[in-house]
Design a protein around this ligand. Structure first.
Ligand SMILES: [Zn+2]
Length: 191
């Protein structure tokens, strides 16, 4: 196949040289309302064309490449006393795959155990382009399936206002879980 960016022959949709140019991750940190740290690897504006492939057939491959360049590298160097569970936000399957489950899977490592189908939003109304007020008035109503493991990393693809993650953190804390931090691919608040 050809690299979708430079059109040179490639084994993957984005060739290794373009992955190095465009997908070398950074570490961006911010705090959400529960005083939980959120670590992101890219500025939303820098990878938005890739993120827009979500829910298409191509998105499956692109999210795997994004996860390999960021989540996997992070997990490989992550040190923790004991095991921490990684929980994706609302990993329901759309168009044949779940984009947050792909990110979560890349965290599989010595200290991180990815779990699936644990945290589901009963209200899946779109927050895209909506105000913070709208988001507060239309809570996600997360439902948690009980699981073994106390320390959690929460996983999502994009952080905007942080209200989805805050609500997810609250749901886990209400069940006595310890959210160590959150991981997202991209932060939409970064200029
Ligand atoms: Zn290329």
């Amino acid at each position: 196949m050809k690299c979708m960016l430079c059109e040179s022959p490639s084994f993957t949709h984005i060739c290794s040289s373009c992955q190095e140019t465009f997908l070398t991750p950074s570490i961006y940190k911010r705090k959400i309302s529960n005083n939980i740290e959120v670590i992101s690897f890219y500025k939303y504006k820098d990878i938005k064309e890739f993120l827009h492939t979500k829910h298409t057939d191509l998105g499956y491959y692109i999210y795997k490449i994004l996860a390999y360049n960021s989540f996997k590298k992070f997990a490989d160097s992550f040190e923790f006393e004991g095991k921490v569970s990684a929980i994706p936000i609302d990993d329901k399957i759309q168009s044949g795959y779940s984009h947050t489950a792909i990110l979560n899977k890349a965290l599989q490592s010595k200290n991180i155990k990815p779990l699936y189908n644990k945290l589901r939003a009963k209200n899946s109304i779109s927050y895209s382009g909506k105000s913070k007020e709208f988001r507060i008035l239309n809570p996600r109503n997360f439902e948690l399936t009980d699981f073994y493991g106390e320390d959690i990393i929460l996983v999502d693809d994009i952080i905007t206002t942080g209200s989805t993650l805050s609500q997810a953190v609250q749901t886990l804390q209400n069940k006595g879980k310890n959210v160590v931090f959150c991981l997202t691919l991209a932060d939409a608040s970064l200029k």
